[in-house]
Design a protein around this ligand. Structure first.
Ligand SMILES: Nc1nc2c(c(=O)[nH]1)N[C@H]1C(S)=C(S)[C@@H](COP(=O)(O)OP(=O)(O)OC[C@H]3O[C@@H](n4cnc5c(=O)[nH]c(N)nc54)[C@H](O)[C@@H]3O)O[C@H]1N2
Ligand SMILES: Nc1nc2c(c(=O)[nH]1)N[C@H]1C(S)=C(S)[C@@H](COP(=O)(O)OP(=O)(O)OC[C@H]3O[C@@H](n4cnc5c(=O)[nH]c(N)nc54)[C@H](O)[C@@H]3O)O[C@H]1N2
Ligand code: SF4
Ligand SMILES: [Mo]
Length: 739
């Protein structure tokens, strides 16, 4: 498991990068005799990590030992208003308190809130600050279930694509990452591989050295796109049309794999019928391609073997992104690409990890709550609505207004859509807000209590991945700085202060890791056991080895994993579904179709705002994480604070490269500096997610994004946004509401 053997007194500890990234790297931490981490490096023995880390995490010790780390529990000083604080001086708004005092006061306030308004008036808000199994969702879920707090529907990232994939295949499984090296064609669809999934790149390079071609479908010219053999700068939100157009050509020219279709799929006849409507000419008009390009793409994809499709979540962050992802997911089933090693598709590998979630989260504890049942569900992608319409968010018609917000593993002040609404909500003087964090963020600025959290070097966890098939142990490498404490500890302690007497609140991390690994058949779909493949994995072995492949991936050379090639798949029909009875029963279209997003050049919204806006992730941050560190900001300097736009959109507006520009719509407005280049096609502008408080207007790109939800999965639509852009003095319309 080790890289270089350390000379005593150094020790090397196996940890796992717990940031929300498909790669889940095995990280070796060198710790010196004083217990200080002096080096982090990728584990060379982990076949996907391959001994290297991305630029963000290679500099991880800058984060762990940053002088700005929150070290102690803090309480807002009386009379200090909520709202953006000056970076580096946030502590002045707070006073230090002991953990005991903080826990006691928070528990008392939660109790009072639950008594007065009902426990559903308390809203936990968390996402993927850590994707460690324990840190992401275990003791926290137990705590909130037992309390009777509202449940959070965690839709902000991948729900549309996940629902879409599962409608087709029943389970999130894909071709192994290592097998991309065997492909002859790699189709990267809405996947920023260099920026977001860099450990796939060496596999693609290997494939290309052996003659493979790389095609990238992305409206933005990413580094991956720039390096591709063919970059298709598709117009945002038109992917379903393109996939249907490809199907049109495939069926027309008899390029489908009939044997595979007969054996493995359901609804091909109906799909062929539907695809007939999507002629290359129609598809070309929507997507911005030519008809012959649509044909060429279809032919190349259907006739090259093996063909590997890397779809990532970029496609599903648009209004009809669920259907887009569902349609794309069908392509390898039409051509039989799954049959060949190095072919098939990958959206996520997460379905392979059969954690015993019931044991971890204990939903049964809801029965012991004052509600006596599972609480209502609030959609995290409509947090603004939930906080301003007082609990009338999309999925919560019933129940009380939200009176307490408990944030951990997330920075909604920066990452949630419709930022101005979120902030109006968080500004409410009657809202009690607790934030468990490593740094002062756009969210701690609104907190009544700020509690110090650990990094993955400072706590123990177990982790799977959504971009490979290894279970990995993250051992605690160093002591937490100051009084920082892990999520599991925090919620165990709060449970104690609330007087919750159940044994499970005293479980140690090791006990919880064993529970996570314990056999559960209850969360299987359609009677399929989901623990298959994990039976051989024990905590003891993980302590020795650090990472262990899942059962079906133990010997890939002799027993390669070829999902969706034999037997049944866990869908209602037992087949890969082109036609969905489930959707039909819900009154929805059972077949894929292209419906233009409201906020796109084809939609109604374009009457008021002509430009499509991509509010993209930064290559050198992790959503909003790392944006506060100077070293990381330097790496991101080229696009930081910039609005990328095409010359043909800039010129008629009198905008030159380097000019300040205002960008606005009905929801908000911000100032950026124009970067006129060919990164985006005409009619599309792009800027990156950053900390709001570091911007001149103290809002970021999410001031422009909407709370409209995706067609499947009720997810966020960060890439279906219409805006107008002008030089500041020419701007008309919306005025920012005073922050
Ligand atoms: N460096 C870095 N790495 C990250 C993250 C980060 O913030 N920074 N975030 C992590 C997280 S949370 C996730 S979920 C993963 C996500 O990884 P990806 O799914 O790769 O995420 P995105 O960058 O959202 O989208 C990928 C690409 O889709 C493109 N895109 C946007 N709209 C459309 C469209 O309509 N059609 C098509 N075809 N493409 C479109 C975008 O321009 C983008 O380049 O990455 C993780 N890794
Ligand atoms: N405009 C726009 N908005 C987006 C996106 C986009 O592409 N464009 N991407 C969306 C996507 S895909 C996602 S996944 C979301 C991500 O949204 P979030 O999950 O909120 O992601 P981060 O911005 O990384 O914030 C995570 C926070 O958790 C903290 N943290 C890390 N580890 C721990 C821990 O162990 N305990 C505690 N208590 N805290 C910890 C970090 O310090 C960090 O501030 O953002 C979404 N927002
Ligand atoms: S952010 Fe992703 S690529 Fe970077 S170290 Fe973590 S898991 Fe690896
Ligand atoms: Mo995400």
């Amino acid at each position: 498991m080790t890289a270089a053997t350390p000379t005593a007194p150094f020790r090397i500890v196996h940890t796992v990068c717990s940031h929300d990234c498909p790669d889940s790297c095995a990280v070796l931490v060198t710790v010196n005799e004083e217990g200080r981490a002096v080096k982090v490096e990728g584990d060379p023995s982990q076949p996907v990590t391959q001994g290297f880390l991305c630029g963000k995490v290679a500099k991880y010790l800058d984060r762990v030992y940053a002088p700005e780390r929150i070290l102690y529990p803090l309480k807002r000083k009386p009379g200090v208003a909520k709202g953006p604080l000056v970076r580096g001086r946030e502590h002045e708004a707070f006073e230090r308190v002991s953990w005991d005092e903080a826990l006691y006061a928070i528990a008392a306030r939660l109790k009072e809130t639950a008594d007065r308004y009902g426990p559903e008036s308390i809203l936990p808000y968390s996402y993927a600050g850590t994707i460690g199994v324990l840190g992401f969702g275990s003791m926290d879920r137990r705590f909130f279930h037992r309390l009777g707090a509202s449940q959070l529907d965690r839709t902000i990232c991948s729900e549309a694509g996940g629902v879409a994939w599962n409608l087709v295949y029943g389970k999130k499984l894909g071709m192994p990452t290592e097998d991309f090296r065997l492909a002859k064609l790699v189709l990267a669809w809405g996947a920023n591989i260099h920026g977001n999934n860099v450990h796939l790149w060496p596999m693609i390079e290997k494939a290309r050295r052996a003659g493979a071609r790389l095609i990238v479908i992305d409206p933005y010219r990413t580094r991956t796109a720039a390096l591709a053999d063919w970059h298709i700068a598709i117009r945002p939100g038109t992917d379903a049309a393109l996939a249907l157009g490809m199907m049109h050509v495939i069926f027309n020219e008899g390029l489908e794999d009939r044997d595979y279709i007969a054996a493995m799929t359901h609804g091909a006849t109906e799909l062929a019928e539907r695809a007939r409507e999507y002629t290359p000419e129609r598809v070309a008009a929507w997507t911005g391609m030519t008809a012959s390009e649509v044909e060429r793409l279809a032919r190349e994809y259907a006739t090259t073997r093996p063909a590997a499709l890397r779809m990532n979540y970029g496609v599903q962050r648009s209004e009809n992104g669920g259907t887009a992802a569902r349609t794309i997911a069908m392509l390898p089933a039409l051509t039989g690409a799954w049959k060949y090693r190095g072919g098939g598709a990958q959206l996520s590998t997460s379905g392979a990890f059969a954690w015993n979630k019931k044991a971890l989260e204990r939903p049964d504890l809801a029965l012991a709550s004052p509600l006596g049942r599972l609480a209502r569900v609030v959609n995290m992608s409509t947090l603004g609505l939930a906080l301003t319409e007082l609990g009338q968010g999309a999925q919560s018609e019933d129940g009380p207004p939200v009176h307490a917000l408990f944030v951990y593993n997330s920075n909604p002040g920066a990452v949630a859509p419709n930022q101005n609404a979120v902030r109006r909500g968080m500004m409410r003087p009657d809202l009690f807000t607790v934030v468990h964090e490593q740094f002062f963020t756009d969210t701690t600025d609104y907190a009544d209590y700020v509690l110090p959290a650990t990094t993955f070097l400072e706590h123990t966890d177990i982790q799977g991945a959504y971009g490979h098939y290894f279970v990995q142990l993250s051992n605690q490498a160093i002591e937490p700085p100051g009084e920082a404490r892990p999520n599991v500890w925090l919620f165990g302690q709060l449970a104690k202060r609330m007087g919750f007497t159940e044994e499970c609140f005293r479980d140690t991390p090791e006990e919880m890791i064993k529970q996570a690994l314990s056999i559960s058949t209850e969360n299987g779909t359609n009677g399929h056991s989901t623990n298959a493949g994990m039976e051989h994995i024990t905590l003891e072995d993980l302590k020795q080895q650090g990472h262990i492949p899942l059962g079906f991936h133990l010997d890939p050379e002799r027993r390669p994993f070829l999902p969706n090639t034999t037997g049944t798949v866990p869908t209602p029909s037992g087949k890969i579904e082109f036609y969905s009875e489930v959707l039909a029963a819900q009154g929805q279209d059972p077949l894929p179709a292209f419906v233009p997003p409201f906020e796109s050049r084809w939609g109604e919204g374009a009457k008021n705002y002509p430009l499509e806006f991509l509010s993209r992730k930064a290559d050198n941050y992790m959503n909003s994480t790392f944006a506060n560190l100077d070293g990381h900001r330097k790496m991101e300097a080229r696009t930081s604070g910039r609005l990328e736009m095409h010359r043909q959109d800039a010129e008629p507006r009198g905008i030159a490269d380097g000019d300040p520009v205002r960008i606005w719509n009905d929801r908000g407005s911000l100032t950026l500096t124009a970067l006129v280049n060919d990164s985006v096609p005409e009619g599309v502008v792009a800027a990156r997610l950053d900390w709001a408080k570091l911007q001149p207007d103290q809002v970021n790109v999410n001031a422009l994004t909407s709370e409209r939800l995706t067609d499947l999965g009720a997810g966020a639509t960060f890439y279906s946004v219409l805006v107008e852009v002008a030089k500041p003095e020419q701007r008309r319309g919306w005025e920012p509401s005073g922050h």
